[in-house]
Design a protein around this ligand. Structure first.
Ligand SMILES: C[S@@+](CC[C@H](N)C(=O)[O-])C[C@H]1O[C@@H](n2cnc3c(N)ncnc32)[C@H](O)[C@@H]1O
Length: 385
């Protein structure tokens, strides 16, 4: 019988609307959008499809339940009241992998973890009629969010975070996560028939994510997920079906103009290797080139990029000149748009132009800005052109 689940997909703070659209486009009904989380309804197939297809989610959790708790006793009783036996088999290995607490009385992760584990053991002891759990079977890690004294509990179906697509074996010094790169591309009006250039491509994340979108390659096609082993919750055939669906959708012959440049030759080589692993090396032109030599003969392209910002890789003193060069080369491009994510506060000053839009985005703990310099739209093509 088909089960209905409420599924929680955590994402980057501030980019919930992008994930919400992805979930809706995948065909599922949203039940809640909160800071850093989108919750939606789905069946077993939805768990597999969400893991395989969502580009901007960090993981997919099955919501086991939520309840108020301001004391450890309430946490214990609330946890014990949840139907753990519907998910965790007698030999399952279960633990609270991560607990976060915001504006709540309960906040000590280690106490939350140990109390919830005890409560789950108590519940399962009664349900299975045993007193000791070998925990020799499959893993069922939990993620717990406490917000304003409401505890929400999710079982992690993903395992290794979804930003790990499996293609990026080589990284530059400060790579952007694949999920963030994807979300930023989806925030722009870039589509596969438009030019995309990343002049500071590093390990190639922006060009590779864009090429995967253009070729309709699902981000999770070439990796595995923890819940593939949970035959008690998700029939194996649902995973096969999601994989087949993803395979059928791939369009390798798409024509695109996507380019990645970087001043560092080793970095460019690693970008190429990553693109090959992602199956999109034939769609991207990578080249060693400093931003001072950036050019493109065509109109209406997009720069989407993550330049050095002075924290980890470049001396701060080089940044004014670097951003000046970026601004100058951008200005020389005919009718282009530029989208720049950086923690460098003087970006507009040195690029020589005020951004049309700006958005604060947290990249991990680091506050960054997504500066958007908008170019004109290309004229609408007449029919038959
Ligand atoms: C923050 S990293 C980009 C990371 C990339 N988005 C990724 O995911 O791997 C900035 C990159 O700019 C490159 N870079 C530094 N100065 C440059 C210049 N003058 N022209 C072009 N690239 C430059 C560095 O080699 C580095 O790979």
């Amino acid at each position: 019988m088909e089960r209905k689940f409420e599924l929680i997909a955590p994402c980057h703070f501030g980019l919930e609307a992008v994930l919400k659209k992805e979930v809706t486009d995948l065909g599922y009904e949203i039940s809640l959008v909160e800071d850093g989380k989108v919750t939606f309804w789905g069946d077993e197939a939805a768990i597999c499809r969400a893991n395989v297809f969502l580009r901007t989610a960090e993981r997919v959790l099955i919501k086991v339940g939520s309840f108020p708790a301001t004391t450890f006793e309430e946490l214990f009783q609330g946890t014990k009241a949840l139907p753990w036996e519907e998910f965790i088999p007698e030999d399952g290995k279960f633990w609270v992998a991560k607990a976060t607490s915001i504006k709540s009385k309960l906040f000590s992760p280690s106490d939350i973890q140990s109390i919830m584990k005890k409560a789950m053991v108590e519940r399962l002891k009664e349900k299975y009629g045993i007193t000791w759990f070998a925990e020799s079977g499959n893993s069922y890690p939990l993620r717990v969010f406490i917000h304003k004294d409401i505890v929400t509990v999710g079982l992690d179906t993903t395992g290794v975070s979804l930003h790990k697509r499996g293609y990026r074996t080589l990284t530059s010094k400060a790579p952007i996560t694949e999920t963030l790169a994807s979300a930023l591309i989806l925030l722009t009006p870039w589509r596969k028939d438009r030019i995309l250039v990343d002049p500071f491509c590093g390990s190639g994340t922006f060009p590779i994510e864009a090429a995967m979108m253009a070729a309709n390659i699902a981000p999770g096609m070439n990796r595995s997920f923890l819940a593939e082993d949970w035959g008690n919750v998700i029939p194996r055939k649902c995973w096969y079906e999601a994989g087949d669906e993803a395979g059928d959708l791939v369009d390798d012959s798409v024509e695109v103009d996507i380019q990645g440049y970087d001043i560092d030759g080793d970095v460019v080589r690693s970008a190429r290797a990553n693109a090959q692993a992602a199956g999109v090396d034939h769609l991207i032109h990578f080249q060693q080139r400093p931003v001072s030599e950036l050019s493109h003969p065509k109109k209406y392209g997009f720069l989407i990029t993550n330049p050095p910002y002075g924290e980890r890789i470049e001396e701060k003193k080089n940044l004014p000149e670097l951003y000046r060069q970026l601004g100058e080369r951008f200005a020389a491009l005919d009718s282009w748009s530029a989208y720049v994510i950086t923690a460098y506060g003087d970006t507009e000053k040195y690029m020589g132009r005020k951004a049309d839009k700006n958005r604060k985005i947290y990249n991990g703990m680091m506050k960054t800005y997504f500066y958007q310099f908008l170019g004109p739209k290309p004229p609408k093509r007449k029919q038959g052109e």
